[in-house]
Design a protein around this ligand. Structure first.
Ligand code: ATP
Length: 344
């Protein structure tokens, strides 16, 4: 089930082309307003593109050029699972899950059998006779997953399926999703790095309606090229041009670090916040950058001290000794060995 998508929506500054291969799960990441929901809505048929074309296997979902074709949502073979489960309140759990197959013409008996199968898959068969109002948030989301799968979609769209859930129930649901998504063609919008790691083969990062980077999940999170992906991976990202010694940043400062990249090529450097030290006096290290502290926030046993370009995780005693607060001007320093340089 290959999904080939290319669309523009001028009023939203949206311009995205992507392809999802058969059996591939692609996570769509990006800051608020990046265009993630717009992408899902276009694929589901809830929104029309100004131009572009999308094809799922041999079904043309829309083709703004070829005579303005538009396949209505229920004929697309696409299921959209929203953040909120949106179950029919007047139907039992079993009837909710059987609804899709039943409306596509399957007999009552067979659609119920399909519903039971998917309820078992999401480990919720014991809830079959309940009404949606008698379910917890996590249970309702399991039922919504079963319902989405029961119509045997060629493409499954998930919009932050775990976001509305209690942190305590999210891990069990994530495990269930990992199992039922295996081998399916899926686009999943998420803010959660763990979802991207555990559920997706590949990530696409959107910003301002465009793809700013994409690749295998691990590569993007270990070697981010966008500030957003670096933030998710909790890495400092410095971008510039490769030099003999390291990398020259846009503001002219040079950071030392090893890499096999040739000098002159665009490069990115990643540094983990715990590897960054903070001082008031100019340090002796070659890698040192001065910056104004924007915020100081506890993070586990350490405190994250953040400037515009760098974050450092330091011991609380350091914050107290240096009297760090937003507005302080400090030096950030780190060893060349702590810098990872790669193609930008
Ligand atoms: N109904 C709408 N009408 C007009 N513009 C919209 C509408 N919904 C979203 N937009 C705009 O389209 C752009 C993309 O928004 P979209 O909702 O797709 O982002 P998102 O990545 O899903 O954000 P979030 O993470 O906040 O859900 C934004 O500039 C937004 O303001």
């Amino acid at each position: 089930m290959t999904f080939v998508f290319d669309a523009r929506v001028a009023s939203r500054g949206f311009d995205v082309s992507l392809e999802v291969k058969p059996g591939e799960t692609v996570a769509v990441l990006g800051p608020n307003g990046a265009g993630k929901s717009t992408l899902l809505d276009l694929a589901a048929g809830l929104l029309r593109a100004d131009s572009g074309r999308a094809v799922l296997d041999d079904t043309v979902l829309f083709d703004a050029v070829g005579g303005g074709r538009f396949t209505p949502p229920h004929e697309r073979g696409v299921s959209l699972l929203a953040q909120q489960p949106l179950l029919f309140p007047h139907l039992s759990v079993l009837e909710n899950v059987a609804f899709g197959p039943r409306s596509s013409g399957v007999s009552r008996l067979e659609s119920r059998e399909t519903a039971r199968h998917w309820l078992a898959e999401v480990e919720a068969l014991d809830l079959a006779d309940r009404r949606p109002t008698q379910l917890s948030g996590g249970q309702a989301q399991r039922i919504a997953v079963a319902r989405a799968l029961a119509s045997d979609p060629k493409l499954l769209l998930l919009d932050e399926p775990l976001a509305a859930l209690d942190v305590a129930v999210a891990p069990a649901l994530r495990r269930m999703l990992r199992r039922v998504l295996a081998g399916r063609t899926v686009l999943i919008v998420t803010h959660d790095i763990l979802d991207a790691f555990t559920l997706a083969d590949r990530v696409v990062v959107l910003d301002h309606g465009r793809i700013v980077e994409q690749g295998p999940t691990r590569d993007v999170l270990e070697r981010p090229r966008s500030r957003f992906a670096a933030g998710l991976a909790a890495l400092n990202l410095l971008v510039g041009v490769r030099t003999e010694r390291g990398i020259r940043l846009d503001d002219g400062a040079e950071i030392a670090g090893a890499s096999s990249l040739s000098p002159g090529t665009p490069a990115a450097a990643a540094v983990r916040p715990p590897a960054v030290r903070v001082s008031l006096d100019e340090p002796a290290e070659v890698n040192r950058l001065r910056g104004e502290v924007l915020d100081v926030e506890p993070r586990g046993d350490l405190v994250r001290v953040r400037s515009r370009h760098l974050a450092a995780d330091v011991a609380p005693a350091v914050v107290a000794d240096l009297d760090l607060a937003p507005g302080s001007t400090v030096w950030f320093a780190f060893d060349p060995a702590a810098v990872q340089i790669y193609a930008g």
